[in-house]
Design a protein around this ligand. Structure first.
Ligand SMILES: Nc1ncnc2c1ncn2[C@@H]1O[C@H](COP(=O)(O)OP(=O)(O)OP(=O)(O)O)[C@@H](O)[C@H]1O
Length: 728
């Protein structure tokens, strides 16, 4: 059960009893057992399979008054998990609860400033009141195991409520001392007592908030930290036998990852207005080597961890990423990774994780805004199961297990340094040793970047683990002081403004291009006969009716966050107005362009017709011995006569030829295409007429008389017998 604000042991602040809580858990288990299941297959990039119906598993448990309530849920958690623990009788129902308010505007869910929560001083602890406290830390205390019970290990922890946990002095084997110096009190967002169920972790750890924020485009991480055998893997994935053979989706022992996936799909299905694409990867860091758990290969070849300039973070090169269309695909990723990860056995845990595992779900979303602009976001959720720190004397590790333990401890130590530096205001701006281990490289963004992080510190209550438990509680407490600055991958307002600006730019370019084209055409058309009236009208309309685009003040994008809501709204309005006027202008230009295209088509058709006529003329010329339009074949040699392909007007033979300048003066003024075409047309027609007049039909009578081929007989003048089509 979850320990919350109440002075009565085992009772939550909403007035329920332990019996209430127990029965609620029982009911929830029954609901879980009622959920449906489907078969799953191993993940492949194209894997598709049917989904489970686990989404209904939780039914209407959300607001049940008999549900355990937590006083210590963070403000952010309460805000984003309204179905649990909000309202007057909810979590914070206790009078000692932290009053809070949100410094945010409406409609801004997902933008960074909605996360800015201002909490007043809590009566519980100082940490609780820290604003922008984005590393949420919860503690889960596992129950004593059979061996510990047999060995009569007592509990070193007590739970006074208010998210507090008290660890007694380390006086194992002696009469317990309640010396105040040796007793330590730690306060966290939530403390899960040994009786807490897997369902409780989903509902009260804040994981729902993490998922919601992942969907909104944030980079989120949930990680379990603690000594070996403290219940990290149990919390995240459930007991080890769950993944032996075919897992039963109805099993109530399923861990946080399974439940988070179900919740994620539930949320996604409800968002009909957004297109989501989910991808998942699963890796482990084993002895400082990164292994792809979805594609380990027989040699378990390690992958390189590299720095990406673009994203400003580390990434694993060539990591296998699986598209997950259905819940089953995600579950298959989980199962496959669980089967491939390194597990070993030692004196403290039969199924000890020998590596740190990171399962990442990428959530790519595309949403169309009111202005028709598409917003793309890339959120992600990392589930990190850290290997447990171990005292090798206690775990009796040797050989391979010892080497693994050393690597695990070393990387956890680096993680500890990073956490401790980040939690210290003075050291935070200094060097943080992320590069000292693969784990911290890959967790850097979650610890201090723009992400939202949930740390689940797992501890054992047994006396003989006192030192490790104290250590974990200390680290968890430090982690609580780390502040991150979560930012959405794409701020909707910024995205809108950027996209409007892009639209405007594109429209302006198109506009300029069309104007330039029109200008040319306009000039050309105006010099030739029959200037296009429609075009003129369109241009006139454009210049008079289009109106100048609304002037928009230049704004430095980096200063956008400094502008307040009304200024931003004004800016967006101006951009939209400018966009609209450009759009109108563009429409006019398109109409004009259509007209031009029509004109062009007419001219093309005319050209084709003329070409055909020319062809006809050529045919006529070929048949005429006087005006060869092609190379003449010499009757004697049968070869082409050089130079005869140049057609000369027989009418002009011998006539006074105009001087070159005079002939050129015809073209001296820059004629438009249309005008030039008209002139050409007339010239061709004139020439055809001349040719037709000059055309001479061979005299067959004379040929007979000369007893020769009619083609070789001198031609007679023939004026009208043969007329080309064009002139008829
Ligand atoms: N909350 C719990 N309720 C019941 N059993 C638990 C709980 N937490 C842990 N256990 C049991 O304790 C044992 C050790 O847990 P687990 O393997 O999860 O520890 P761990 O922290 O992941 O250890 P390691 O770091 O060695 O991998 C397991 O058998 C697990 O089922």
């Amino acid at each position: 059960m979850v320990r919350r604000a109440s002075s009565v042991p085992h009772l939550n602040s909403s007035g329920g009893s332990s019996a209430d809580s127990a029965s609620t858990s029982g009911n929830r288990r029954a609901r879980g057992a009622a959920a449906g299941s489907r078969g799953r297959k191993a993940p492949t990039p194209t894997s598709t399979s049917t989904s489970t119906s686990m989404s209904n598993q939780r039914g209407s448990s959300g607001s049940s008054s008999s549900m355990p309530r937590s006083r210590s849920l963070t403000n952010g958690m309460r805000r984003l998990s309204p179905q649990k623990g909000t309202g007057s009788g909810g979590v914070g129902g206790s009078s000692r609860n932290t009053p809070y308010f949100l410094r945010s505007r409406e409609n801004e869910i997902g933008s960074a400033d909605t996360l800015e929560i201002v909490a007043s001083k809590s009566t519980g602890s100082e940490e609780c009141s820290t604003p922008e406290d984005n590393i949420n830390v919860v503690v889960r205390v596992r129950p004593l195991n059979e061996k510990e019970k047999r060995d009569r290990h007592g509990s070193t922890l007590t739970f006074p409520g208010n998210g507090q946990v008290i660890i007694e002095g380390n006086d194992v084997g002696q009469k317990r001392s309640h010396n105040r110096d040796s007793v330590r009190v730690f306060t966290y967002n939530v403390v899960f007592e040994p009786g807490a169920t897997q369902d409780d972790i989903l509902d009260y750890s804040g994981i729902k908030r993490i998922i919601e924020m992942g969907i909104e485009g944030f980079s989120c991480t949930a990680f379990c930290y603690g000594q070996t055998g403290s219940g990290k893997t149990h919390t995240l994935t459930g007991p080890p036998d769950l993944f032996v053979g075919k897992p039963n989706p109805k099993d109530p022992r399923h861990g946080l990852i399974f439940r988070a996936f179900v919740y994620l799909f539930q949320l996604i299905k409800n968002r009909k207005d957004v297109n989501y694409v989910l991808k998942a990867s699963f890796m482990e860091i084993y002895n400082e080597r990164v292994i792809d758990l979805l594609n380990p290969g027989s040699a378990r070849k390690p992958l390189a961890v590299r720095w990406s300039k673009k994203s400003g973070g580390f990434f694993v090169e060539n990591l296998f990423t699986v598209d997950c269309e259905e819940l089953d695909d995600l579950l298959a990723v989980l199962e496959e990774g669980m089967r491939n990860r390194a597990v070993g056995s030692h004196a403290m845990n039969d199924h000890s994780s020998r590596s740190h595992t990171i399962l990442t779900v990428h959530i790519l979303s595309d949403q169309q805004t009111d202005g028709g602009v598409f917003l793309s976001k890339h959120g992600k959720i990392n589930f990190v199961d850290l290997a447990g720190s171990e005292l090798t004397k206690k775990t009796m590790s040797e050989g391979k297990t010892l080497e693994e333990a050393n690597n695990i401890n070393k990387s956890l130590m680096v993680l500890g340094y990073c956490i401790s530096s980040l939690s210290d205001a003075k050291k935070r701006s200094g060097h943080i040793p992320y590069r000292d281990s693969q784990l911290t490289k890959l967790l850097a963004d979650s610890l201090a970047g723009n992400g939202v992080t949930l740390m689940i510190a797992c501890v054992s209550p047994a006396h003989y683990n006192h030192a490790e438990t104290l250590n974990t509680l200390r680290y968890a407490s430090r982690a609580k002081r780390i502040r991150t600055k979560p930012v959405i991958m794409m701020d909707p307002r910024e995205a809108l403004i950027l996209s409007l600006k892009r639209d405007i730019h594109a429209l302006q370019m198109e506009n300029d291009h069309l104007k330039a084209a029109l200008n040319l055409h306009h000039q050309a058309a105006s010099s030739g006969p029959g200037t296009d009236n429609l075009l003129d009208m369109q241009l006139e309309r454009l210049s008079s009716g289009g109106g100048a685009p609304v002037p928009v003040p230049k704004v430095d994008l980096e200063r956008l966050p400094e502008l307040d809501g009304s200024e931003l709204a004004e800016l967006v309005k101006l951009y939209m107005a400018e966009n609209e006027s450009l759009r109108q202008e563009n429409n006019h230009l398109f109409t004009v362009r259509e007209t031009i295209l029509r004109d062009q088509e007419i001219v093309c058709r005319e050209n084709e017709r003329l070409l055909k006529k020319l062809e006809d003329v050529n045919k006529v010329c070929v048949r005429s011995p006087l005006i060869p339009a092609r190379s003449a074949i010499s009757p004697t040699t049968g070869k082409e006569t050089p130079g005869t392909e140049i057609w000369t007007n027989p009418e002009l033979n011998g006539a006074a030829v105009l001087p070159l300048e005079q002939r050129m003066s015809e073209n001296a003024d820059r004629r438009t295409d249309t005008a030039q075409k008209r002139i050409d047309q007339k010239r061709i027609a004139r020439n055809i007429l001349i040719m037709a007049n000059a055309f001479t039909k061979p005299d067959p009578d004379l040929a007979k008389k000369l007893n020769t081929d009619p083609e070789n007989v001198p031609a007679q003048k023939q004026a009208t017998d043969y007329m080309p089509d064009m002139l008829t």
